[in-house]
Design a protein around this ligand. Sequence first.
Ligand SMILES: [Zn+2]
Length: 491
Amino acid sequence: MTRMRMLSRATSAIVLFVLFFLYGQSLFTSAYADVSLRKFPYPYRSMIAWMNDTEGLSTTTFEEVHRFLNTLKKNIPGYGDGVGLDIGDSFWLMAKSNSAVAMYSGPRKKDGSWPIDNQHFVLKYLKAGWIDSLHSYASDVNSEAFTFTRADAVHLIDWLKGKGIYLDVWIDHGDNNSNVGTNWGHGRGAIAGSPEYHSDVTFQSDSKRGYGFRFVWIFSGREHRSANLEFEIEDVSEKTLSKLKVGNTIAIRTIQNKNPTKVKITKIDPSAKTVYGIVNNVGRHTMLDYRTFLDSTHVAKAWEFSRVTSDRFGRIWYANLIDKQVSRETLDYLVENGLYEIFAVHLGYWGLPSGKGIERNTPQLLPEKSIRAFRLVKTYQDNGKILVAKGSRLLRYNLANDFLEFQVKVDGSRTIIVIKRINDPWLGSFTPAVNDLKGITFYCDKPVNTDIYIGNDEVPSKEIQRNPADFTGRKSIGIKWYAPDYTDYTQ
Ligand SMILES: [Zn+2]
């Protein structure tokens, strides 16, 4: 006998009803009830990414720092042994600085050509995977020798397509008019009719004209999140106040995070009916938010994601402050609550101790405490707690996990999980390839008797991973995550 049910976030209410009905009829086999989607790839309980913004990073430092971050090479000068984490970077199409991680560096000549053509470097690391995002097209504001226009966007898109490279992630930062966000006052990329207008060809949109960037970080306010924020709750009732004590932890909802967040109470002021605390506003159940651009001619849509950029003292998105991003307390919190997080970083800059501004002319190396922080995170990955993934991989996984639609068939002794589609409600439903499903894992009773199909096609056994019980006591089957790649691509 074969029975089916459809699971997706959008139909969960219906699923509950169907489950109840089937149980009532005693037609449900145990294999059905026990297939459910795991939040993260086995055995992990959290997934994090660092996204490096390329400002301030020279090609030399890029190679140095990624040799430490991505490989297991021994005795790297200034760093010690590599940590071998999966950390990606960003690039520009055009930059003013001669040494920037950019395809072209300026100033642009009168004939439109560039004095420095670094296509070779950018292509090498795009192919290696050490670059997996675009930090908008241009590095700085317009000047006569440095004018960005739509033609430049089209040029890069054609170049990427010609090389067979499809990037997902757009970081809208820096002070330049190729940005689509207008917060800095210069972003004109989504204003139809302007010479810089490009959002229709850049992003995956309903018109399908776009290249395909579908995950964006925009400098606008809500995209920033902070670790250990100071917090005050006003108008607390006397009854509640009488129950609270300094040092207690309570759960609240914040504007940035719909899910309850723990607040440690630091001070109670009964006369002002106010409770003060520290909120660890790190970690989210999903990184994806709906985003529509300012655009008068058509709807350019993307998934917007946020990143941790600050703590309560100021910006912590600098090479020398990694320890402030990933304390043991924060990492444990992510694990215990089963959360994603993306940390923004500018590996080319050191932040001032005051938390305000950038230190220039730094040695351009990670200081010891940042190196130790990366090593600490590595131990969480080695212990099966936190998976460190490139931002693009995390976001693709997040999308698949949030909107996966699958059916479960029981046929004799075999349980068959049929993946139907990723029912993306914002950018459109699609039938995934194995690459869109890396790491997707299902709890099930008997992994050995379970198979995974995408539509009518069985996922090849080399892509399948059957897992013993995890911390919940449940076994699982999944599509393998990416194999680690510790290759030193600088050689
Ligand atoms: Zn940046």
